[in-house]
Design a protein around this ligand. Structure first.
Ligand code: ZN
Ligand code: ZN
Length: 234
């Protein structure tokens, strides 16, 4: 044990138990999300958008890896503010085991992380989406290109805004750079809540000629909410 560990011992991000950033008990609670259609939000095989739900600028499918519940919620939150290698490692293990990533052939796709506004990137010191996106690109053996999507205006942090405001704010916030005609993309974000950000990015890419756009989020609050409701029947 180093001196640093004695002064600042590793504590579980959920229960604060000393020893590691995520105790064994919490690690067992990580749940893989069940796939759903990004348009109607109902169950869909492999997350592929239902044929009847497809529109010209809509997502072709969506993969959400985990439920946005404890301990994934705490891990993602922690990584927003500081880089913790052990926690990144836990996510990487989960990504390796995610069979849903094998269902579709993504080998010709390029991963595009949702860009943060520059001000926020500097304040945090790193772009979390880029780092977490790297875990995905390694797993799928595909390339990432963070230069394709640019934010066109400064937006307030999403979490602080009511839903209606969030949906309004993201429309038209992305600009696409370069010639992307005929290509396939995976738009990556840490959390799918309303889906507004990923959908706006997909629409921007499709307007510029992308043929296939999938969304990929580490976690989704969709299933969590649904399960919560189902477990409390009226
Ligand atoms: Zn714990
Ligand atoms: Zn649908």
């Amino acid at each position: 044990m180093s001196l640093l560990d004695l002064i600042f011992p590793k504590r579980c991000v959920v229960c604060h138990e000393i020893g590691s950033y995520l105790c064994r008990k919490e690690k067992k609670k990580i749940r893989q999300a069940s796939p759903f259609c990004p348009v109607c939000l109902k169950g869909a095989v492999g997350g592929t958008t239902h044929e009847r739900c497809k529109g010209k600028l809509s997502l072709d499918g969506l993969i959400c890896l985990f439920d946005y519940s404890s301990p994934i919620k705490e891990i993602i939150h922690e990584l927003k503010y500081r880089f913790v290698k052990d926690l990144v490692g836990t996510l990487e293990d989960g990504i390796k085991d995610a069979k849903i990533l094998n269902q579709i052939d993504f080998s010709t796709f390029t991963l595009v992380p949702i860009p943060l506004a520059t001000g926020r990137k500097n304040w945090r010191g790193f772009n979390q989406a880029e780092i977490l996106g790297e875990l995905i690109t390694r797993r799928l053996k595909i390339n990432s290109n963070p230069e394709i999507l640019r934010k066109t205006k400064e937006t307030k942090p999403q979490a602080k805004l009511p839903r209606k405001e969030r949906l309004r704010q993201v429309s038209g916030t992305f600009r696409v750079t370069g010639n992307i005609s005929g290509q396939g993309f995976i738009v990556f974000d840490d959390v799918w809540t309303t889906g507004a950000t990923i959908k706006a990015a997909a629409a921007a890419l499709k307007r510029r000629g992308a043929v296939k756009v999938w969304g990929l989020a580490l976690a989704s609050s969709h299933g969590v909410w649904r399960r919560g409701r189902d477990s409390n029947p009226r």
